[in-house]
Structures are given as structure tokens and as C-alpha cells.
Design a protein around this ligand. Structure first.
Ligand SMILES: [Zn+2]
Length: 534
């Protein structure tokens, strides 16, 4: 995901409380959703089949769902039944009702009385309706036309869907939408049905068999112009833009094919059935919904559209297919998407572009550190995940991957990235899992590297001055925690890169007298050059 440059309204940020303070002893395997989206009122009528495997003996459990509020917003549950699905298509008429399930509802969820045993798998059908307070944005686009877009990050799916709203619980999804036939509907996965019904209605059904986290479940409905811009290794690539933006939109989003080709070659097979890039009403600059990426409506015509596309497309592998186990590991999404974008830009525009981008990112990390001096693995954001949309998760995370690449070399770096994706696609991973894969591939102990860059705040703050003896230079680490890293330098105008390992407070290097040292000429170290005297 990429932030817009504007600050989120405070009111909205206040909504991001942690709904998962108490994790439920269930593993959701499947959501079968049927939404009726109405034309003249914002009310949504929903039926959700939720298949769960119980991880313990339980009398009752909670599905997250934002309940009814004073006024019109919130979701009211009318009925819960246990059902058995007859077909795997998720069609709503293909279930057998087994029994009615007693339930209670409060502002945070719906509590089902189930008396289930550990290991059992059951499917519950929740019937509900209401005006979503958030998460499913029913509004008008900049051309004044009515649109419907889900916008779930970080845990806003439960405003419209009864679910376990946490990235660690991934599930396959069927999405059915009943809507006026003047809308085009796009959602995750493969479109298996698009049927016109009596009464100027349209029934559209998408199915995603790969397990995805709730944050990237997506439904969009609007008047769209649709372009099939490319096929990459059998994966069709589509652009969905508002018809008024058709010409520029197709041109801008049409850059996706080349990006998809690069990442597929570098990382591994694209994890989904299609890739759609969609102009939308997301509150973010871009939102990496699995196989149905949403972009801000102003993204069409934006100068940075190529980088935005690359960032969100990279997320399909990292964030969507391989999902962080919990929010403190969100750099596995955002740091990866940030650096994969730089790698694409380097591939397309050359090494100087990479250096310029890394320089910009380093400035952002240094500026952020002054405001908030926490490690990348930040466990202090509990309940307010928008705090994690910061330069630590994005730019510093990207820098860590850059330094890792330089440390292990391009060949082992990509081998590790491919192995990590192959091992965890469709699943969850944390930072330790990534480290273990990189260590196995490279045969190196990366303990110190991960500890200092991911679990320790800050970065090396270096000072340098001529030593007392002629021809020596003294390099000092000024920051509190000592780092260990290779420091590259050149002397005078000689382009030869020299390297010294810095690990102590003070390192002395010997060069001939009266020469000038340039440190880190190739932009390979995240550091500050301090002005303090030794
Ligand atoms: Zn992102």
C-alpha cells in the first residue's frame, strides 16, 4: 500500500482500534460472500458463509463485525445457521441448512454458540444488513458517478464482512454481487459468472482459491472502461478506469504488463489468476488487493504512476501471497514492495536511478528517526496500525534488503527471495522465517545483521578525522548501539572501491598522507555522517 500525500482525517484514524485483542480459537478456511448493493440507498444486504476449523473445544466464538450504531450505520445480524456446502462454487443456493445457531451481537462482533470440538470444521451462514460505517465505501467518484469500493486495510473488513479480521488468518474467497446492470463489478480472483437478470440486475461471481488475508479482499463496482492490456505467462492483465479517464488511464495502467513480467521472472509465478489495476475511491494512493489492485482516482495522470504500479504489483507476492504473521512484521510487506520497486526501476532505468532513490529514502529514514526512534520490528503500535505506515516499514525496510543484497551478492539474494516466496506463498511468515531462508540459501549466519537492522533502533552515525600519525584516519561510531558492517570508500579521484569492516567504537585505517577519503560512494550503507567531534 502507498499512502496518499494528504494526512488521513483524524476521525477516520480513530476508527482503527484493534478488534483482535482476544484472538479466537478458529482458523477460517473460506468466506463465501453474497452482497446486494442497492442503487438508491447505501444499505448493503449481506450473506456470508464462513468455514472454520476449531483449534480448541469451544462453546462460542466471535466473528468480527462492526455492529449497529445510533443513527443508520453498522451491520445488524438477522440470522445465523450452520450449513453444509454442496458445491465448491460458493453459489448461494448450493448449501443445505443444518440448524439455527443462537448468537449475540455487540459493537465489535457476532458471537456464535456452537459447542464445537477441536479439529472440527463447520460452515456458518451469517445473514446481515446495514450501512457500512467504513470498509465499503459507497460514494461518488470525481465525475459524480456512484461507485462502491471496499477498502479494508488494516482491519476494516469487519465493517462489512463477518470475519476474523487479522492478517494471520487467510482464507479462500467467493464473492457474489447483485447490483444494477449499469455497473461493472471486479473482485479477487477469477470471474466465473456475469449474468443479467430480470429487473435490470446483474449477478457477478468471482472466486479466489488461494488463501488471502482480509486486508486484501476486494470488491469494486462502477461504470468502468476495461482494457485487456497484456498477457504475461498466461496471466491476463486488465485496466479498469472511469470512462472519462479512458485514454490516459489505459496508457498509465498499461505499464503493468512489463512490471508483471519482470517480477514473475525474478520472484516466481504470479500467485493469482489475473491482474486487474483499478481506478477507485481507496483512501490510500494504492491498495494491493489480491489480483484486483485499487488506486486512488487521481493516480491516472500521476507522474509517479509507474512506481506506484510496481509497488502494488510487488505486494501480490509480498503481503498478499506471503503475508506477515502480525503487524510488527509489516516491513515484510512494505519494505519488500519498496525495494522491489527500486529493483524494477534499476532494471529499467539503470544503476544511477537506484542510487538516487536510495539517497532520497535515506533522507526520509533519518528524518523519521528524529520523530520516532523505534526499530523496524515495532511492537508498540498495538491498536493503531496506521502508525506503521512510516519510513521504518517502507524506506528503512527497503534499505535493509538493499544492504542484505550487497552483503550476500545478487545471485544469492535472488535465490533467497525466490526460496522465501516458494516456501510461504499462500501462507504467513515472520521476520525469523525470512532470515532462516536467507541463511539456508547463503550458508551465512545473518543473526547480527537482522538484530542490528531490524530489532535495534537507529543506524550508524559516523565521524571521521585524520589520526595523530601521518596517513591514518580515525572512524568513530557515535550512536549508542554499535553496528557491524562493511564500509566502502574511495581515495581522491581513484575509482577503486576499498572496504573496511567496522565493528568497534573506533576503527583506524591507513592511507597515504594528504589524501581525501570519500565514504560509501556507491550508496550501500544506511548511515548518518555525524558532525560531532571525536
Ligand atoms: Zn505498500
Amino acid at each position: 500500500m502507498l499512502k496518499k500525500l494528504i494526512v488521513l482525517p483524524l476521525l477516520l484514524m480513530g476508527l482503527y482500534f484493534n478488534t483482535n485483542a482476544q484472538r479466537q480459537p478458529v482458523d477460517v478456511k473460506y468466506y463465501g460472500v453474497f452482497l446486494t448493493l442497492l442503487e438508491h440507498i447505501d444499505k448493503v444486504v449481506g450473506v456470508a458463509d464462513v468455514s472454520v476449523v476449531f483449534e480448541d473445544d469451544v462453546k462460542n466464538f466471535r466473528l468480527d463485525l462492526h455492529g449497529p450504531e445510533k443513527g443508520d450505520t453498522g451491520m445488524t445480524v438477522g440470522k445465523v445457521t450452520e450449513v453444509r456446502r454442496k458445491l465448491s462454487t460458493g453459489m448461494m443456493d448450493s448449501v443445505v441448512q443444518l440448524k439455527v445457531i443462537p448468537f449475540k451481537q455487540d459493537s465489535k462482533g457476532v458471537y456464535l454458540s456452537v459447542n464445537a470440538r477441536k479439529g472440527e470444521k463447520h460452515t456458518y451462514r451469517v445473514e446481515y444488513m446495514g450501512i457500512p460505517k467504513d470498509g465499503l465505501i459507497v460514494s461518488r467518484n470525481k465525475f459524480g458517478n456512484r461507485t462502491y469500493f471496499t477498502d479494508n486495510w488494516p482491519d476494516r473488513a469487519h465493517y462489512w464482512l463477518p470475519c476474523v479480521d487479522h492478517p494471520s488468518d487467510k482464507a479462500a474467497v467467493d464473492i457474489n454481487v447483485l447490483i444494477s446492470d449499469k455497473y461493472t463489478v471486479v473482485a479477487n480472483g477469477l470471474k466465473v459468472q456475469d449474468t443479467l437478470l430480470k429487473g435490470n440486475l446483474r449477478w457477478v461471481h468471482y472466486t479466489e482459491k488461494a488463501e488471502i488475508p482480509t486486508k486484501v479482499i476486494a470488491i469494486g463496482a462502477a461504470a468502468f472502461a476495461v482494457d485487456h492490456s497484456a498477457d504475461v505467462d498466461g496471466v491476463p492483465v486488465y485496466s479498469y478506469v472511469f470512462p472519462e479517464n479512458k485514454e490516459q488511464g489505459f496508457k498509465d495502467y498499461g505499464k503493468a504488463g512489463e512490471i508483471l513480467r519482470y517480477f514473475t521472472k525474478q520472484i516466481g509465478p504470479f500467485p493469482y489468476e489475473k491482474l486487474a489495476n483499478i481506478q477507485s475511491k481507496t483512501i490510500y494512493g494504492g491498495m494491493e488487493n489480491a489480483s484486483a489492485i485499487f488506486y486512488a482516482e487521481e493516480s491516472v495522470g500521476s507522474k509517479s504512476i509507474e512506481e506506484l504500479l510496481a509497488h502494488e504489483i510487488a505486494h501480490q507476492w509480498f503481503g498478499d501471497a506471503v503475508t506477515e504473521t502480525d503487524w510488527e512484521h509489516v516491513w515484510l510487506s512494505e519494505g519488500f514492495a519498496t525495494y522491489m520497486t527500486l529493483l524494477y526501476m534499476e532494471h529499467k532505468y539503470g544503476a544511477d536511478t537506484l542510487i538516487e532513490e536510495l539517497k532520497d529514502d535515506r533522507k526520509k529514514v533519518i528524518a523519521f528517526e528524529k520523530k520516532r526512534n523505534t526499530p523496524i520490528i515495532d511492537t508498540t503500535a498495538e491498536g493503531n496500525y496506521t502508525q506503521l505506515l512510516n519510513a521504518n516499514s517502507y524506506q528503512k525496510g527497503g534499505w535493509v534488503l538493499h544492504m542484505l543484497r550487497r552483503q550476500v551478492g545478487d545471485s544469492d539474494f535472488w535465490k533467497g527471495i525466490r526460496a522465501y516466496f516458494a516456501a510461504y506463498s499462500g501462507r504467513n511468515a515472520n521476520t525469523t522465517d525470512f532470515k532462516a531462508v536467507m541463511e539456508k540459501v547463503t550458508g551465512r549466519d545473518l543473526g547480527d545483521f537482522f538484530r542490528q537492522w531490524l530489532y535495534t533502533p537507529g543506524m550508524p552515525e559516523l565521524t571521521m578525522r585524520p589520526g595523530g600519525e601521518t596517513g591514518t584516519f580515525i572512524i568513530k561510531q557515535q550512536q549508542e548501539h554499535l553496528f557491524s558492517f562493511p564500509l566502502e570508500y574511495t581515495i581522491d579521484d581513484d575509482p577503486m572501491i576499498r572496504k573496511v569492516i567496522i565493528k568497534d567504537r573506533i576503527t583506524i585505517i591507513n592511507i597515504r598522507a594528504h589524501h581525501t577519503i570519500h565514504i560509501d560512494p556507491k550508496m550501500n550503507l544506511l548511515f548518518k555522517y555525524g558532525s560531532n567531534d571525536l
